[in-house]
Design a protein around this ligand. Structure first.
Ligand SMILES: C[S@@+](CC[C@H](N)C(=O)[O-])C[C@H]1O[C@@H](n2cnc3c(N)ncnc32)[C@H](O)[C@@H]1O
Length: 282
């Protein structure tokens, strides 16, 4: 950020420089978010970003928030080649992504690796919202998991996930499934998982039954992603889980809680690592 600011000195006023927001680097594409006051200078800012990060071939401006069932966003090319597809390297893996058609955030790299480090040899993992397969592939590469069932409803994410499984040579261990997580779990993945990933903050609560159905009979670990607000971001999610899982005959133990990043001023993207067991079972 500091070097982009320096590159833009003399092009933007002091006031404008103070308004610059953090950008993402995804493979050879830079992704900018700009406040309305800076939109007239988007081309100059995009070109400056390419001078600062010389490996970039394209700079995109995010013109809508991430939204909709597939969690995609509208993008506009402001500098370089007109494309939205690239290869991104992370944790010894390579991911092909199309930023226009699928969800992807390089900011979740630490979180993906954090989960992978917890996976024990022989585990079966069910990833309910796998996107282009990043978490599933990082798990397969960095653990001795037996299988990572990877579900996504977006056909473009599924297509790229299949390609990423091939590129990263994790075929046979990461198993891609196209469809709605509820239907896929009910029809193909009941009672299989030692561990369930629920990376759909804001909507994961609607899939609690699906996560419980996916777990093995004796229970297991669930990584539950949600949105929480100051002053007490975790409590509403924990209360929801204890109440709703309790009604269904399950006990919840919170093993770990973590804020991933802020959403706006007072809201956070958070994760709870949970141990879920049928009541009365030790
Ligand atoms: C936040 S993204 C997942 C990101 C991914 N875990 C990663 O690390 O890149 C959420 C994904 O859930 C998928 N999705 C949304 N609703 C779904 C559903 N009902 N069943 C399966 N996938 C769904 C979206 O298409 C999207 O790819």
């Amino acid at each position: 950020m500091g070097s982009l600011r320096r590159e833009l000195e003399g092009i933007l006023t002091e006031k404008e420089l103070a308004k610059l927001r953090a950008f993402d680097l995804v493979g050879d594409i830079g992704v900018l978010r700009l406040p309305p006051e800076l939109l007239p200078k988007k081309k100059e800012i995009g070109e400056a970003l390419m001078r600062v990060h010389r490996h970039l071939k394209t700079v995109l401006l995010q013109v809508s928030p991430v939204k909709g069932e597939f969690r995609t966003r509208k993008l506009e090319v402001v500098a370089g080649e007109p494309r939205t597809e690239t290869f991104h390297r992370e944790s010894g893996c390579v991911f092909k992504v199309d930023l226009d058609k699928v969800y992807f955030s390089p900011r979740l790299a630490y979180e993906r690796m954090r989960i992978a480090r917890q996976v024990r040899g022989g585990e079966e993992v069910t990833n309910l919202f796998a996107g282009v397969g990043c978490s599933s592939i990082v798990i397969a590469k960095h653990s001795e998991a037996k299988a990572v069932y990877s579900v996504d409803k977006n056909p473009e994410a599924f297509r790229l996930m299949c390609e990423n499984i091939r590129i990263n040579r994790v075929g046979g261990r990461v198993l891609p499934l196209l469809g709605d997580a509820r239907e896929v779990v009910s029809s193909k993945l009941r009672g299989r998982a030692d561990r369930v990933l629920m990376p759909l903050p804001g909507a994961a609560r609607q899939f609690l039954d699906t996560a419980l159905e996916a777990l093995k009979e004796g229970g297991g670990i669930v990584h539950f992603y949600d949105v929480g607000e100051e002053p007490d971001p975790f409590s509403p999610s924990i209360s929801f889980l204890e109440r709703e899982a309790g009604k269904r005959g399950w006990e919840v133990e919170v093993l770990n809680q973590r804020l991933l990043r802020s959403y706006g001023v007072r809201a956070y993207h958070l994760v709870l690592d949970l141990l879920l067991r049928p009541k009365g079972q030790k």
